[in-house]
Design a protein around this ligand. Structure first.
Ligand code: HEM
Length: 375
């Protein structure tokens, strides 16, 4: 039986057909050479993500695509377990309020409009729209002054761009860290109405900078790939695109399920031996929770994009204590983004053959590297 990570896709939207032939819990070789597990069913995925015997501490969680473990930076609570995680998560939940999300919505509409206004055919939708939209929304959230948004966008894109040289990517990460550290100090001196200002009394500068970087990482590439790959999927399914405006919220949920862009980033390491799906996960072994596979389990006709279906229980935002903190924000961005894009350009179409759209098959977050479109 194979222990290799299945990465080849026969169709850009279908996850890995071979996953379905795997047992619920099967062996997987991680990038550092150690043997761990992969979970492909909905039930077992939820079990792993809600069981405190599985840890997400940076120092012990292995990745199927990056050989080194990543010790968690101060404030980076995605890579911490309770009770350390709980304290940060509570503080952040207090900042991601319904009120703040409501206040952001008109700004998201405005940013979307500005980006669409600036587009001329043909264009790469990833560079012109899918990437800048979430990065400018994070600028709003963190209170990055408008005058700095170009610096912020350019460096945050480079930080996640797989096509550029690793030194340039690291330099972009360093430049952003330096920038955010200064931004945090500025917020402490003169607080405004943004997430970082709301936390200055509870956290130190390194923690706040770590949180800002984490929000940028967690919210940027994920949302960008949902917008880019989601547009590609809708263009390839005109019958579903025709129904988009009837219930955009429902369509967004189905796109989240169908595309499951977070393909290799949801991993946990056992803190003790745990019985799971007929196997014993040994203490210290890492488990990859395959969100694309879990989101194809339990649903009828799972390989069909059906924007009218019920998607209740999908795991695109994870499950358990680490379930996505930014999900309401991401939903607003996708609702506003898809609605405005297809209203503004009803004749939007691919400018290349669908088989020529480059896919990021090996990245933790799946998606299109570029999407040439015209109208
Ligand atoms: C469609 C876009 C998005 C998707 C598919 C997505 C998906 C996910 C998933 C699967 C997790 C859980 C990871 C795990 O359990 O290991 C997660 C966590 C997280 N997400 Fe998102 N996310 C999206 C957008 C955002 C946005 C816009 C933000 C904020 C600006 C955000 C902030 C976070 C944070 C802070 C966590 C960690 C929560 C914790 O550890 O308690 N995400 N996301």
């Amino acid at each position: 039986m194979t222990e290799a990570l299945p990465i080849a896709r026969t169709c850009p939207f279908d996850p890995l057909a071979e996953l379905r032939d795997r047992k619920a819990v099967s062996r997987l070789r991680f990038a550092d050479g150690t043997l761990g597990w992969m979970v492909t069913t909905h039930t077992e995925s939820r079990k792993v993500l809600s069981d405190p015997r599985f840890s997400h501490r940076g120092e012990i969680v292995r990745s199927p695509i990056r050989p080194a473990t990543q010790p968690s930076a101060p404030g980076s609570f995605l890579f911490m377990d309770p009770p350390e995680h709980t304290r940060y998560r509570k503080l952040l939940t207090g900042q991601f309020t319904v009120r703040r999300m409501r206040m952001l919505e008109p700004r998201i509409e405005q940013i979307t409009k500005e980006l669409l206004d600036a587009m001329t055919p043909p264009t790469d939708l990833v560079r012109a729209f899918a990437l800048p939209l979430p990065s400018r929304v994070i600028c709003e959230l963190l209170g990055v002054p408008y005058t700095d948004h170009e610096f912020f966008e350019q460096n945050s894109h480079q930080m996640v761009d797989p096509t550029i040289n690793a030194d340039i990517r690291d330099a972009a990460g360093d430049a952003l860290f330096g920038y955010l550290y200064e931004l945090v100090q500025g917020k402490r001196a003169a607080p405004a109405d943004d997430v970082l200002s709301g936390l200055v009394d509870d956290l130190d500068d390194m923690e706040l900078t770590g949180i800002a970087i984490m929000l940028l990482f967690a919210g940027h590439e994920t949302t960008a790939n949902m917008l880019g790959l989601g547009t590609f999927a809708l263009l390839q399914h005109p019958d579903q695109l025709a129904k988009l405006h009837d219930d955009v919220d429902g369509a967004v949920e189905e796109l989240l399920r169908y595309l499951s862009v977070v393909q290799y980033e949801v991993n946990r390491t056992a803190l003790e031996d745990v019985e799971l799906g007929g196997e014993v996960i040994r203490k210290g072994e890492t488990v990859l929770v395959s969100i694309p596979a879990a989101n194809r389990d339990k649903f009828e006709r799972p390989d069909e994009l059906d924007v009218t279906r019920s998607t209740a229980g999908h795991l695109a935002f994870g499950h358990g204590v680490h379930q996505c903190l930014g999900q309401q924000l991401a939903r607003i961005e996708m609702r506003v983004g898809f609605s405005a894009l297809f209203t503004r350009f009803p004749g939007l179409q691919l400018a290349v053959n669908p088989t020529d759209v480059p896919l990021n098959v090996e990245r933790g977050i799946y998606g299109v590297a570029s999407l040439p479109v015209t109208w």
